[in-house]
Ligand binder design. Sequence first.
Ligand code: SF4
Length: 224
Amino acid sequence: MPAPAPSPFDDDVDPAAPRAAEGLARLAVVLRQDAWRVATARGLTPTQARILGELCAPGAGPARLKDVARALSVTEATTSDAVASLVEKKLLRKEPDPDDGRALRLAPTAAGRREAERVGAPSAALVAAVAALPAADQGALLRALSGTLRALLRSGEVPVARACVTCRHFRPYVHGDADRPHHCAFVRQAFGDRHLRLDCADHAAAPPEEAEATWERFVDAAPE
Ligand code: SF4
């Protein structure tokens, strides 16, 4: 996509990136407050709720503590404390790792799965705010978040990004339908920007070169 023409606004205000990042930081405050309120109402800490969410995510299986800590970008010590509490509450159990007889892995109990459903729903206030946007803006928001997540994955700031734009099943702009130009080779369906996934259970990470080519097509083939 060609670079936009310079605007007099470029000289008058701060660049867009830091202002957008400031907006995301404000939204993060809302999310943290909401996560704290929901988790504490259930007798959990936000970290405990996130651990349950990670282990109960669609497609997730039992995992070692260090892998859970990495996925959540928190220390193993913090994860260990939270896990001990969740085991005591009978929301998690430890079981032998079949790949390593000396290691243990974490698995949710049935009660833990029920609890994860209660505390794992996205912030209702934020969902309502996004739902009030025009449909095109919701699609544009998902595009922007996809690109931001991808960049943070590449810089190592986030350990995983199960987003369409990093998935080997993603085929951007292969259909003539402007409303659904993309294709998911996993479910064999056409879809549009408003359907982009940011945390898909069926995600399969594309090899780096393939991911790069997919991203370039996603950006370059977008209609102006
Ligand atoms: S499998 Fe999921 S992440 Fe991959 S392209 Fe399909 S919808 Fe997107």
